[in-house]
Design a protein around this ligand. Structure first.
Ligand code: ADE
Length: 252
């Protein structure tokens, strides 16, 4: 996976890309990220990248020319084949399914907006996808771009080592993930559930599945509508009574 990032603040990417899994993915050759400073594509003396909005109002708008110039120069003949993504609160909501969809591409381009936003012609005539990482507003597209890169990279083959590592992730199968425990078996009087110490794989798998279903029902019940549920899952959900639902609402 190669990612071209177009930004006015390439320094924001240094820390996250230089640590842990993202660093290792680059060392393994699974991920490469090229940071392109949009300011380098200005042609005026003062290297201006933003301007006042037509029609007035507050805030500055990123000018279209340096963004188009940067993306066209970097992508060249590949331009029609590469998704060009603008992180934006107006975009399609990012989720695990979209992370998987993006992870299937060999190359992506991310344009990071700043100030009040980018000139609408960038959206209309350059960008192929707008993606929001949630219903809140950040100061720019750099952190959302890193969120996308992180979520995509851990799905690339070989990056997490264990081929099954992402199968049980929260959201991977439409459910939240089951609880995890490690040693010690008892911590401050709180014991690890007995079944996990039993060495009985089928029972462990069944316990984990029940926990995932229960947890999803408690915390994100709307996810259950889309989840792939077995007859056992449905039987478990039947036992989760309205009284339990009331308790859940009170405990917030
Ligand atoms: N830019 C600013 N806020 C954003 C958000 N919530 N998602 C994606 N890009 C953004």
């Amino acid at each position: 996976m190669h990612v071209d990032v177009f930004t006015l603040f390439p320094g924001i990417f240094d820390g996250p890309l230089d640590e842990s899994i993202l660093k290792r993915a680059q060392e393994m050759g699974r991920l490469s990220v090229a940071l392109h400073n949009v300011r380098d594509y200005t042609t005026d003396k003062h290297h201006i990248t933003d301007d006042y909005p037509y029609g007035g109002g507050g805030g500055m708008i990123m000018k279209p020319e340096p963004i188009f110039a940067a993306v066209e120069d970097v992508l060249g003949a590949a331009l029609p084949h590469v998704p060009i993504i603008l992180p934006s609160p107006q975009g399609r909501l990012f989720n695990q399914a979209l992370a998987r969809e993006l992870a299937a591409h060999e190359r992506l381009a991310l344009i990071c907006g700043r100030y009040e936003g980018v000139d609408e012609r960038v959206r209309q005539f350059l960008v192929t996808d707008e993606i929001s990482i949630g219903d809140y507003v950040l100061t720019g597209g750099e952190l959302p771009a890193l969120v996308l890169i992180d979520a995509i990279t851990r799905l690339l083959p070989g990056v997490l080592g264990n081929a099954g590592a992402t199968l049980d992730d929260s959201h991977a199968n439409g459910l939240l993930e089951y609880p995890h425990y490690t040693r010690p078996a008892e911590f401050r009087g709180h014991a690890v559930p007995e079944v996990l110490l039993s060495g009985h794989h089928a029972q462990v798998a069944s316990w984990r599945r029940q926990q995932a279903v229960r947890r999803t029902w408690e915390r994100r019940p709307e996810l259950l509508e889309q989840a792939d549920l077995t007859p056992e899952d449905r039987a478990l959900l039947e036992t989760l009574t309205p009284q339990a639902g009331e308790k859940r609402a009170k405990s917030g």
